[in-house]
Design a protein around this ligand. Structure first.
Ligand SMILES: [Zn+2]
Length: 51
């Protein structure tokens, strides 16, 4: 079981370590791939699901 996060650009990741870890990677992805894009905590929750 893990937490899956998918971005609208097609980037996805699955972490077995939970929400916190996924958020950390998502922040890095956004900073890297979408500089200037604003992602709130609520947005991230919407992008996440438990798989
Ligand atoms: Zn993306």
């Amino acid at each position: 079981m893990g937490t899956m996060m998918s971005c609208e650009c097609g980037w996805t990741m699955i972490s077995p370590m939970g929400e916190k870890d996924v958020k950390k990677h998502a922040m890095m992805h956004v900073a890297d791939a979408h500089p200037g894009m604003k992602v709130t905590d609520a947005d991230m929750m919407k992008m996440m699901k438990t798989v």
